[in-house]
Design a protein around this ligand. Structure first.
Ligand SMILES: [Ca+2]
Length: 357
């Protein structure tokens, strides 16, 4: 999601010169929809926040009065794809290549070295392996390098009141942001994030921040923007809450019987019993499988036969972070690559550092 945003932002910036000219010549037209305070749905939102959550009306007016409509956000959120449109050509290798780079894998091992203590603690407390936490932080923000530059109030208000879809969801997130800022005693106008309002190293939405984030460096505040420790603990806490089971494989490669693909692929849904799949001729690449149902996920490559994997409970936990099978697969593959690179590094270190006497 983050990477898409950056690519789109770059396209947008490349047209910067003309765009800036436009803004300078017609500032009032651009700011026209920023007058959120006069809108009846915004008044009613403020009223609800006051009656249901006892937030101060003057403070709400200060915040929402400063909220600015962001046309870029509307464009990036995009319209619903028409049901009649042909499905886009999907390529898992193309998606994977954005994240499984040597640079990102090296950044992952470095991050592991720097924050080993907290990764160990997260693993002990929540049962989530260090590399999976790093896989998420790596895909989401390249370990804090791309955390987003939109004011979260602007992003959320824009989609909540002018978005092409999912307004209700984003009104809820705006509410959660205001409550989060109150709880943390910070000015919501100071918080930056993605075009969709995801914040900090792990790109938590405000509701997830309030529900699952933890203070992992014991400084009495939960800071997902400035504290790698809090980000590490919070990712593990989130995955645990969505059913991560210590020591279980998330995915197992499968071979499907020819012609049965369309019938067997379930994507995000864990609808299959592994024993039944075996009876139907599905071959698993491992003898021992995790308990519980599994999904069958297709990883397509245009012009070539697709690959398939079975996704178990831990795979589903990762898809709860971002509802995409490509996303979860890339997170887990980045995790494996970081783990392998670290193992190699440790071997080299042990060879060069081991005492000879
Ligand atoms: Ca903290």
């Amino acid at each position: 999601m983050q990477i898409n945003f950056l690519r789109n932002a770059a396209t947008w910036l490349s047209a910067g010169a003309t765009f800036v000219g436009l803004v300078l010549s017609a500032p009032s037209a651009m700011a026209g929809s920023s007058e959120y305070l006069s809108r009846p749905e915004v008044r009613s939102f403020i009223e609800t926040m006051q009656t249901e959550h006892a937030l101060d009306v003057a403070e709400l007016e200060r915040i929402l009065g400063s909220a600015r409509h962001q046309p870029t956000v509307v464009r990036l959120i995009g319209p619903e794809r028409p049901k009649t449109a042909p499905p886009p050509v999907r390529s898992y290798p193309r998606y994977r290549a954005k994240f499984l780079t040597q640079v990102r894998i090296a950044a992952g091992t470095q991050y592991w070295d720097l924050h080993e203590e907290y990764l160990r603690r997260a693993e002990a407390q929540f049962g989530v392996p260090a590399e999976v936490i790093l896989g998420i932080l790596g895909v989401e923000t390249a370990f804090g390098q791309n955390t987003g530059s939109f004011r979260v109030v602007d992003s959320l208000a824009t989609i909540a009141f002018d978005g092409p879809r999912r307004q209700e969801y984003f009104r809820d997130e705006l509410k959660e942001l205001l409550l989060l800022a109150r709880d943390m005693n910070i000015d919501p106008l100071a918080i930056k994030g993605s075009y969709a309002g995801a914040m900090g190293l792990p790109q938590f939405m405000p509701s997830s921040y309030r529900r699952y984030a933890v203070d992992f460096d014991d400084d009495q505040s939960i800071d997902l923007i400035g504290s790698p420790a809090d980000a590490i603990g919070s990712v593990a806490s989130y995955l645990k809450a969505y059913g991560w089971n210590e020591g279980e494989a998330a995915t197992v490669a499968v071979k499907l019987p020819a012609g049965a693909e369309a019938e067997l692929v379930t994507g995000l849904e864990r609808a299959h019993d592994a024993a039944e799949l075996r009876e139907r001729g599905v071959k698993f690449a491992a003898a021992k499988l995790p308990e519980g149902l599994c999904s069958v996920v297709e990883l397509p490559t245009p012009g070539k036969p697709s690959k398939y994997i079975a996704g178990f409970g831990n795979f589903e936990a990762v898809t709860r972070y971002n509802r995409s099978t490509f996303y979860a697969t890339a997170v887990l593959e980045l995790a494996e690559a970081i783990r392998a690179a670290r193992t190699q590094q440790m071997t080299v270190r042990a060879d060069t550092e081991s005492p000879t006497g």
